[in-house]
Write a new protein. Sequence first.
Length: 147
Amino acid sequence: MIADTNVLLRVLERDAGVHGRAARARVEAARVGERITVFAATVLEVAFVLESAPAGYGWDRDSVSAAVKAIVDEPGFAVEHADALRGAAKTYGDHPVDLHDCYLDALARERKTRVLSFDRDLAPGLGGGDRQAAKLWSGQIPVRTRS
């Protein structure tokens, strides 16, 4: 079974409604039975929604970081790239960088490589973003211009 973002949000916010109770019951059952698969993309979407005030959340960075750690550490979940997400949550809590960038940085560190990006947040201080390579590489891809 694969969890969707809305299920994780209901568990995290301790929704008292029918869906919240059902989501928590399924997670509790997964602790002793078949674990629920949670993809990294879903965790990143959860964080995006939790950060969003227009979506009705507007959580601060520390709370979002704690939520990501809670998802990764939940025994009922089998989380894709759990170690990278755990590292990303820590970096996100310590630096003013998007969680997705922290996640890419954590994956790159695990794989002993760098992130190819134009993003200044991924500069060597965070984990070796390779902007120079991105500049060189950008000329290799044909670009269509809008008319």
